[in-house]
Design a protein around this ligand. Structure first.
Ligand code: ASP
Ligand code: MG
Length: 404
């Protein structure tokens, strides 16, 4: 990290840091242990502590360094969360616990940068990124956030020449000073919010991949790196589930034509991908795979047509239960959608739908999206698969498939 940061001498930079390693997942498990009392919460918390202290010990050989105390004190908040009886609001408890991953990582990073003789300051992003209280999916209050960034954050950067402002990705604060999260993988979005509100020159996302690839190497052998991508293509790819960029990241950047670079922290000299206002379309097809999908088919119980009122009912319900529709298709008497299989949300949704509709669903589906498709690419990805649903638009095809 310090090597990446040394590339920016004499510039003020804002470094948005996410939780370390797989800590967000571990904190999700901790939340479940606290809330549902399934697993032993203390065991999970001890693993999380050990993970961080192993890193701290490797970075700070001097055991008297203030970071030891600081992180110990920060963990007290998680100790309390484990000891206290949770409220009945799962999403609120989730944000309170899961957000600590970013609080802790930024404290370690900031201390380490100072130790490396860099001019670094730690900021609590909750002081200026303000959201409503939609826990786990905080909606940014842009006006207030802009005001707070202008009044609190920018003045703190003003008389500095090569300051590294370290702050948390993924989290925000509410008007009542509660913590929210912006949705999984939301750190990129935080960077975009801060870039927009501070009028940044550019944003760089440092990744363990060389840039934006035309497919996830996890599912595909021959991937190609894209040199350049339009905001429009980037937003489409992210929307359909390319995990390299959080879908909400692009809009604030596009609105102020701030370029977004996706680069590798392993090979920081390589060019990576730039996302900007280029007009041309992509030279090759892009593939996005989403596994663990549930294909839900909804139809009126009495064989009547699906009409506008049904749609509005159905969509309201999806919004209320915070279930995101990945693809949809309708016919005269039925409406089909593919959604992520979230066991905390789906059973409720299906139960409510069943009051009014006949609901069929298939689990273990895969959703394949191809942007700039042609028949050959479709054939290639559907070998040995049964296609249950296919939606084509001019540039994009989406297929819900099942392994045969
Ligand atoms: N730590 C959060 C997550 O894993 C945010 C992020 O990584 O962008 O979802
Ligand atoms: Mg992460």
């Amino acid at each position: 990290m310090a090597t990446v940061l040394q590339r920016f001498p004499s510039e003020n930079i804002i470094v948005v840091v996410s939780a370390m390693g797989k800590i967000t997942n571990a904190l999700e498990r901790l939340t479940d242990a606290v809330f549902f009392k399934k697993e032993n919460a203390s065991t999970i918390l001890n693993e999380i502590k050990k993970y961080h202290f192993d890193i701290i010990e490797a970075l700070f050989p001097d055991k008297n360094h203030s970071v030891y105390n600081d992180i110990n004190n920060t963990f007290v908040e998680l100790d309390w969360a484990v000891e206290d009886e949770p409220t009945s609001n799962y999403n609120y408890e989730y944000d309170k616990i899961v957000s600590m991953g970013e609080i802790i990582s930024t404290k370690i990073v900031s201390a380490y940068l100072k130790e490396s003789a860099l001019n670094s300051k730690w900021f609590d992003v909750r002081d200026f990124i303000q959201t409503d209280n939609t826990y786990r999916e905080g909606k940014v209050n842009w006006d207030l956030t802009q005001k707070l960034v202008t009044e609190i954050f920018l003045p703190a950067l003003k008389n500095e020449t090569n300051l590294i402002a370290v702050t948390q990705g993924f989290i925000g604060g509410t008007s009542e000073n509660f913590t929210t999260t912006l949705g999984r993988e939301g750190s990129d979005y935080t960077a975009a919010i801060l870039a927009f509100t501070t009028n940044a020159e550019s944003v760089t996302i440092w990744k363990d991949v060389p840039g934006v690839l035309n497919a996830d190497p996890k599912w595909f052998d021959e991937t190609k790196k894209l040199e350049q991508l339009s905001y429009h293509d980037a937003i489409e790819l992210a929307y359909y589930g390319a995990t390299v960029i959080h879908p909400k990241t692009i809009k604030p950047l596009q609105n102020k034509t701030i370029p977004l670079y996706v680069k590798s922290f392993i090979h920081p000299d390589e060019k990576g991908t730039v996302i900007n206002e280029v007009q041309s379309s992509l030279p090759i097809p892009c593939f996005i795979f989403k596994v663990n999908q549930v294909l839900i088919s909804i139809s009126p119980k009495d064989f009547s047509f699906i009409v506008e009122e049904n749609f509005s009912d159905i969509f309201n319900l999806f919004a209320e239960k915070q279930v995101k529709v990945n693809v949809m298709q309708n016919s005269a008497i039925s409406f089909s959608v593919s959604v992520d299989n979230d066991e905390r949300k789906l059973p409720e949704l299906i139960k409510t739908l069943q009051k009014q509709y006949r609901v069929l669903y298939n689990e273990n589906m895969e959703l394949i999206t191809i942007r700039y498709y042609d028949q050959a690419t479709i054939d290639r990805v559907t070998v040995d698969k049964k296609v249950l649903l296919e939606v084509k638009s001019r540039y994009t095809v989406q297929l819900v498939v099942k392994n045969q």
